[in-house]
Ligand binder design. Structure first.
Ligand SMILES: *Cc1c(COP(=O)(O)O)cnc(C)c1O
Length: 378
């Protein structure tokens, strides 16, 4: 099946007993056993798995072109499950402009267990590979990055890294509609399903997808042993959101394209970051590894922090809020929001300026979005 069909049908066959076309929300926390060890359907206690979660995990694996999927209670729980498979002394390589919550996890939680991170400022595959040491166990990439939309060549990193180093790609920004990192050689794909995958700002969730049975087993152990699993209702909402991923992403893309071009020609805008620009430094790699570009557009407003504050105050269709990837357009201030936890000098170095505004372009009518930006910028 092709992606648009898998989104709607993979793991979602009509119910055998009733014919229901939607997967039931299976609320049972426990399952009857026929004597000791007599499991009827492989389910035992729902932390280990239940029909709602299994179904979602099948869909997630299918749409990322992977064999195995595991759903978690949040994107960070999914990330944490991967890191928890490491041992003291192991090292992670990550780019310095990584999502603020992942940065917090790497710098405030795991150093206590002597799991260290080596930060790389560059987005060149060569520089990332050069950071590998005998202790390196994971390379952790986001591409496009947040919020400056830098691009990293996934296939190049995957092809040149030693087999003992696993490549993790956080695919939250691209979504499987535009990018499938396992096809490019990544070992693990993670998602904050809170964003494009569920798409309606109504759940917090995460997922990990892989082709390795061994890694999948380690992740299942983390679900069971650490317990950061999603509720059956959240699984249902995520699966329901996924059904429309393709049509949503097409509209996100076309709206973002128009907005990026509008902003670029506006007198009050200093610079626009959008992967779809042919002169974006990562455009050629992006065109090679992505099938299109999501609704993320960032820009530098003229007039510094004061102008940014006025902009946030005046937008009406765009909502000033954290998060991204949902049907409604959002705008945020990375300097104090998504990247608020990152030290000042690092923000300076990686370009998170105090006049930087991030847009998550939604799927509303483009004319209303453009009118809103016009009046706010004036
Ligand atoms: C939001 C986000 C996360 C964290 O996910 P939660 O669901 O908020 O825990 C991780 N990576 C990226 C790129 C994100 O945008």
């Amino acid at each position: 099946m092709h992606l648009n069909t898998k989104l709607i049908h993979a793991g979602q066959e009509p119910d055998i007993q009733t014919g229901a076309v939607n997967v039931a929300i299976s609320v049972s926390s426990t399952f009857k056993q026929d004597g000791v060890g007599g499991f009827r359907s492989g389910f035992e206690y729902a932390r280990g798995g239940n029909p709602s979660r299994n179904s979602l995990e099948t869909t997630l694996a299918a749409v990322e072109n992977g064999k195995y999927g595991r759903a978690f209670a949040s994107g960070l729980a999914a990330s944490s499950a991967i890191i928890a498979t490491l041992n003291p002394g192991d090292e992670i390589i990550a780019t310095a402009d990584i999502y603020g919550g992942t940065y917090r996890l790497f710098t405030k939680v795991y150093p206590k267990y002597n799991i260290k991170v080596k930060w790389v400022d560059s987005h060149s595959a060569v520089d990332i590979l050069a950071a590998i040491t005998p202790d390196t166990k994971l390379i952790w990439l986001e591409t496009p990055t947040n919020p400056l939309l830098n691009i990293i060549d996934i296939a190049k990193v995957a092809a040149k890294k030693p087999a003992s180093v696993l490549l993790v790609v956080d695919n939250t920004f691209a979504s499987p509609f535009f990018q499938t990192p396992l096809d490019l050689g990544a070992d693990l794909v993670i998602h904050s399903t809170t964003k494009y995958i569920s798409g309606h700002s109504d759940i917090i969730g995460g997922a990990v997808i892989t082709n390795s049975a061994e890694l999948d087993e380690a992740l299942h152990f983390q679900q069971y042993a650490n317990g950061a699993v999603p509720s059956p209702f959240d699984c249902y909402l995520t699966q329901r959101g996924l059904k429309t991923l393709a049509v949503r992403m097409e509209r996100h893309q076309s709206n973002a394209y128009d907005i990026a071009h509008f902003l670029r020609s506006h007198a009050h805008v200093e610079k626009v970051f959008f992967v779809g620009f042919t002169d974006h430094p990562g455009h050629a790699i992006a065109k090679n590894q992505m099938r299109g570009f999501p609704g993320m557009v960032s820009f530098l407003i003229k007039g510094g922090r004061k102008a940014a504050d006025q902009f946030f105050d005046r937008v009406k269709v765009f909502t000033f809020a954290e998060s991204l990837g949902a049907v409604e357009s959002l705008t945020c201030y990375p300097y104090l929001m998504t990247h608020g936890g990152i030290p000042e000098e690092i923000k300076d170095r990686i370009g998170i300026a105090d006049n930087l505004i991030r847009l998550s372009v939604g799927i509303e009518d483009i004319n209303d979005l453009l009118d809103d930006l016009k009046q706010a910028l004036e």
